[in-house]
Design a binder for this molecule. Structure first.
Ligand code: NAD
Length: 357
């Protein structure tokens, strides 16, 4: 039977990928609510915008009246909460909106869901799910050894971003334990892929390289992240939201532990192949790499043990980092217009270097 999803933050990077997959691969209906901050973009939804099963409302998840109305009007079967402030550097400069959206917004949504779920009867009530999307950054960082984050790893967030996400996870667990709300939490590693806002590491590398701008690398570049292609993440989200054990947490990871500097060098070498430089002064893109002062409190290593979701829900990532990153680079090359719409935000790139495009 088809379902109605309430997706929050569905105009962002991962949320828009989730909306595209649900509309393209199921018969389900979506009501997507998003405040459309700098990170939200309806262009990312243009491929499904006209589909009659896709609906959008511009709403702030901190507004409890609007949230109550959405539940009353749409009577969702599944909530997937992705609305968040998500950029660590911004959280260090100005934590306020992280506290509001990530903590207060999650609280407002939980209360809206609790009221609504309380009013449901029969199978509609039994089948209701509230799925909160979180990050592996809540676990803090790991030493450079073989240890992995499991679902039992204690929380030890380092940045205002990860602390706000950890707080929201605790609220979700408390609403499950105290009120019996049928919740699920997923903690995922770093995502990459099409439509990622050009302030995050991978689009910055690609777009700076394409403009022959310096490619900034924090510290010595030896920080390790476990990269997951965004479509692999959204397949995991759909599996957990529909088949996950109520009250459970699932870690999601790509089995792709790579040092930041290796990510930069790999992207440069792929660009050398598919977009060779014709510039006299620079022969290879990696000549643009510039090491800059490290981020305050920068975590050394994140690495996920995703064996629980693999065993229980038969989920495995389809992409390796090599296949996923090549798809991603080709997408940014083909869709420079999507990236160039953010130029008025004074981002560090422009689209004028015709020589290499
Ligand atoms: P994003 O910044 O690209 O998108 C966030 C979306 O939320 C935007 O569309 C924004 O407009 C919307 N939003 C922000 N505040 C809102 C509010 N108050 N009300 C309604 N909408 C609001 O983020 P993303 O990378 O797509 O991440 C989505 C979720 O996944 C976040 O919760 C994030 O913590 C989590 N996550 C992200 C990653 C990653 O690598 N990107 C990894 C693990 C987990």
């Amino acid at each position: 039977m088809s379902k109605t999803y309430l997706i929050t933050g569905g105009a962002g990077f991962i949320g828009s990928a989730l909306c595209r997959m649900i509309i393209n691969e199921t018969n389900d209906t979506i009501i997507n609510i998003d405040k459309l901050t700098y990170a939200g973009n309806l262009e990312s939804l243009s491929l499904i915008a006209k589909n009659e099963r896709f609906n959008f409302e511009k709403i702030d998840i901190c507004n409890s009246d609007d949230i109550t109305n959405i539940f009353d009007t749409w009577q969702p079967d599944v909530v997937i909460n992705l609305a968040a402030e998500s950029h660590v550097d911004r959280s260090i400069k100005k934590p306020d909106s992280f506290i509001q959206t990530n903590i207060v917004g999650t609280y407002v949504l939980l209360e809206g869901a609790r009221d609504y779920w309380g009013s449901l009867k029969g199978t509609k009530r039994e089948n209701f799910r509230f799925h909160h999307v979180s990050t592996d950054e809540v676990y803090g960082d790991l030493e450079n050894d073989k240890t992995l984050f499991t679902e039992e790893t204690p929380y030890a967030p380092s940045s205002p971003y990860s602390a706000s996400k950890a707080s929201s996870d605790h609220l979700v667990r408390a609403w499950q334990r105290t009120y019996g709300l049928p919740t699920l939490i997923t903690n995922c590693s770093n995502n990459y892929g099409p439509f990622q806002f050009p302030e995050k590491l991978i689009p910055v590398i690609i777009l700076n390289a394409l403009q022959l701008k310096k490619i900034p690398v924090y510290g010595d570049g030896n920080q390790i992240r476990d990269w997951l292609y965004v479509e692999d993440h959204v397949r995991a989200l759909i599996a957990v939201a529909n088949q996950g054990a109520l009250g459970a947490t699932y870690n999601i990871g790509g089995y792709n532990e790579i040092k930041n500097i290796e990510v930069v060098r790999l992207i440069c070498s792929i660009l050398d192949k598919i977009k060779p430089l014709k510039n006299k002064n620079i022969k290879k893109y990696e000549e643009l790499i510039e090491f800059i002062e490290d981020r305050a409190g920068h975590d050394i290593r994140y690495a996920i043990d995703a064996s629980k979701i693999s065993k229980e829900l038969s989920w495995f990532p389809k992409e390796t980092f090599i296949t996923g990153i090549e798809k991603t680079i080709r997408w940014y090359l083909k869709n420079l217009n999507w990236s160039s719409q953010f130029l008025n935000l004074n981002l560090e790139f422009d689209n004028t270097n015709k020589e290499i495009l």
